[in-house]
Design a protein. Structure first.
Length: 447
């Protein structure tokens, strides 16, 4: 039932554009290592691509808590419950700090074994291992950086996050130049130098966002005293939303790691092409990812205030505007592929294969747009188990299964694998759209 509380005070456009710029900067931070290493040597690029697949999965573990924290803080603000928000801050920091330390130890002690299990080629192993260990040491700081970013996002302080991300990006570029190529008094470290620069930027990013949180967010903040008596119900809500929501992302990235095992058997130039295609795909869906994050905050607020009809309108508006826009961007990249890949690699095989993959990417982005928006909205309204159940089943049966059948067994290589990914995305899109339109989530009581 609708309430008489005011509608969500946030504007979709005002929330989206800082998130979009922030994501661009994050993409640059995440891919600057590969871009700058591409002028160092191709082996380093492929090595870092393998190591980054592992780091991406580990970092997603932090989103288990951060995604739930953003949703619950937004709901608490919609319900004007500041004490609950303070408890969420404190629980999130403690849980993610502990998780960051555990994952750091796992990477340092077992990183080489993980790379061997992925069948990383011998020529790539030393650089991949060095990059993995150095970036792994920064995981506790990365965990806290993302946690404070989630707090600021729930309060719609997007510009603050954008500025902090921009500064760390600039420092990362300078650090890469110094440590990769050995400028000035620094040694030429290659992949290890890129990892060192990235790790230092994570520490700086954590400090900046912690400071911004304390300066810009009003009301109660972190306090161990707010956990007495311990809020078991709130912890259950954090994990109840976070584990299934994060599970969908984790499953997707684990399935991508499984497909990378197949790609590693096809040669270094194919591994490099996959890495560049993934990087360009991220650019294609960056805008819809930004607006989906903004929409999730607004839908969470609407649920806290009981504004169910407004939540539905937000979702429909995003899909109608940004799905065709994303597909248009992907189409432009496909036509411009020879020039784009020519800038990234001198290997003509990379450009030829990359253009074929981007042609399939157009169809893939249709499904991915719906998945990004609908999964976030289903999470925001409390329907968290269904997306992860469907995601795990489709990602492993369709994406990984057909990836092997089309790419390896039938011999279509990377293009065949991309067709499998596209079929997975579009199947899930249809299922999630039907789930959202059915509207069963409106009957859920949200505190």
């Amino acid at each position: 039932m609708q309430t008489n509380q005011p509608a969500c005070p946030y504007s979709l456009a005002k929330i989206t554009w800082p998130i979009f710029i922030e994501l661009i900067l994050q993409l640059l931070v995440g891919n600057m290592d590969q871009l700058m290493l591409s002028r160092y040597n191709a082996t380093a690029v492929a090595a870092v691509g393998n190591a980054n697949q592992i780091i991406t999965i580990l970092v997603l573990a932090f989103t288990v808590i951060n995604l739930a924290a953003t949703i619950l803080i937004s709901r608490s603000l919609g319900a004007q419950n500041l004490r609950s928000a303070s408890q969420i801050y404190t629980l999130s920091v403690l849980l993610n700090l502990l998780l960051g330390v555990i994952l750091c130890l796992a990477v340092v002690l077992g990183g080489r074994h993980i790379l061997l299990a992925m069948q990383v080629q011998e020529e790539l192993l030393p650089q991949a291992h060095a990059y993995l260990v150095i970036t792994g040491l920064s995981l506790p700081f990365h965990a806290l950086m993302l946690t404070f970013s989630a707090f600021l996002r729930a309060h719609a302080h997007m510009k603050t996050i954008m500025l902090a991300t921009g500064l760390t990006n600039l420092i990362n570029v300078a650090g890469n130049a110094a440590f990769i190529y050995g400028l000035g008094p620094f040694l030429q470290l290659g992949a290890a130098g890129a990892a060192l620069s990235t790790a230092l930027c994570r520490v700086l990013g954590m400090v900046l966002l912690w400071w911004a949180f304390y300066r810009s967010v009003q009301g109660p903040k972190l306090s161990l005293s707010c956990l007495s008596p311990f809020p078991h119900k709130l912890l259950g809500q954090l994990l109840g939303i976070g584990l299934p929501s994060g599970g969908e992302n984790l499953s997707y990235n684990f399935s991508q790691m499984a497909s990378l095992v197949f790609v590693n058997g096809l040669g270094t130039y194919v591994v490099t092409t996959r890495m560049y295609c993934n990087m360009l795909a991220q650019v294609c869906y960056l805008l819809v990812l930004a607006v989906a994050q903004a929409g999730q905050i607004m839908v969470s607020y609407c649920m806290g205030a009981g504004q169910f009809l407004q939540a539905q309108r937000i979702c429909s508006r995003i899909l109608k505007i940004f799905t065709p826009l994303t597909m248009g961007i992907t189409t432009l990249f496909c036509f411009a592929a020879p020039a784009v890949f020519g800038l990234l690699s001198a290997d003509a095989r990379v450009a030829a294969l990359g253009q074929k993959v981007l042609a399939v990417e157009i169809f893939l982005e249709l499904g991915r747009c719906f998945n990004i928006v609908l999964v976030r909205n289903l999470q925001a309204v409390g329907d968290v188990k269904f997306p992860v159940t469907v995601g795990i089943a489709s990602q492993w049966i369709i994406a990984v299964g057909l990836c092997w059948i089309l790419g390896i067994y039938c011999g279509f290589g990377l293009v065949g694998m991309w067709v499998a990914f596209a079929l997975d995305e579009n199947l899930r899109a249809v299922i999630f759209w039907l789930r959202w339109k059915k509207g069963g989530w409106k009957k859920q009581a949200v505190c």
